[in-house]
Ligand binder design. Sequence first.
Ligand code: ATP
Length: 422
Amino acid sequence: MIVINYLHIGIDDTDSPDGMCTTYLASQIVNKFKDNGIELVDYPRLIRLNPFARFKTRGNGGVSLKIVNDDNAARAKEIVLEEVEKLSMFDCDNTNPGVIFYDGEITKEMEGYAFRAIYEFITIDEAEEFGKSVGCEIHKFKKGRGIIGSIAAISLPLTDFTYELLAYRSSDNYGTKRQINYESVYRMDKETFPDTFENIDYSEDYIAIEPKTPCPVLYGIRSNTVGALKKAMDIVEVSEPIVDWCIFKTNQHTDMHIQKAENIASMKQFGCYCVTGEVKNRPTIIDGGHMFFYIFDESGEIECGAYEPTKNFRKIVSHLRQGDIIRVYGGIGEQNTFNIEKFQVIELNDVEYKNPICECGKRMTSAGKNKGFKCKKCGRKIESNEKVPILITRFLKNSWFYETPVSARRHLSKPLCRMNLE
Ligand code: ATP
């Protein structure tokens, strides 16, 4: 039996808010590999890690590549290190690239590390120690923080995955308005959704495939299939050159960041969870447009927030009422508030308690504390203080999911269109 040995390459932390993108760097490496007859095994991978990581530029993504570990491996390593040296934004204090080479099978221990990089915070020292312990070849540039994400990028098992096609601009155009024909993006969405998704936020008229930063990306289209991406690219019209494009296999929109919490008290700050609880109070909106309410269970309670950028989602949240049982998905941020990405209604409280109706047909009023009810119309009195339950019609529906709009969605959040819902 022939055993093929692979070389895994991880790259992270090469970009800054002023430019570059680790995916672009990866695409340049892939081109150089092609020129040197080095072929990738599978697609390059774009792996999103802990959304709360402190030093992220934008979406906390690392990249990994896999090749056969043969006579070309040494040249491949040279190419990777040369391109990282050439293209990284070294002037930025927060850009601290890290490159990892690893030959061999990805072990369970490495997979565990990768999930830890999604769920928790890892220090550079910890990553270095771990990398060495499993036999990674480690290259740190400046502080080398990127090794944290690089080791995770090669190690994460993709049990669920999506693809993203990234089209890159000519460097002359970096920082200028992107020349994308928006009408063609609407057409692309119509013709390819739900195989592609997150293209447009219709409620905000927001073109989500277009980045808002001065990076090399012209647009990024996300999809379940490579075929749909190619179709989508054919439909989207642009009036500036696309110098290159690359398809990445990713953990975007898989909910891989969400851990199933046993109960409310077991959740920790800066973790992402799904948890079930009962709504304690009607959601209220504060200055700045953020909306808050509490949920509780037998272990404790937590404040939940639908923040201003979630726009119309707040209208949906405002329909929650005390006694509703919901399952929330999201993360606990800086203020220790559970930032909702989506929620499912488990059981609506569709009962409201009202004063009884009098025999004459008029609703009665309280006759005073513990003095029963009286009818203002006919003067009748009853001694009982018990209000009567009545069924109310709810806007929300039992077992339905409700999600934040595309414009406010996290890279890792699984949209409802990927959830095989009826
Ligand atoms: P882009 O989305 O444009 O690629 P980014 O948001 O991915 O940018 P990076 O420049 O990659 O930002 O910086 C993120 C940094 O955080 C990297 O150095 C990465 O190694 C590190 N990092 C990733 N996951 C963790 C984690 N769980 N704990 C601590 N640091 C992490």
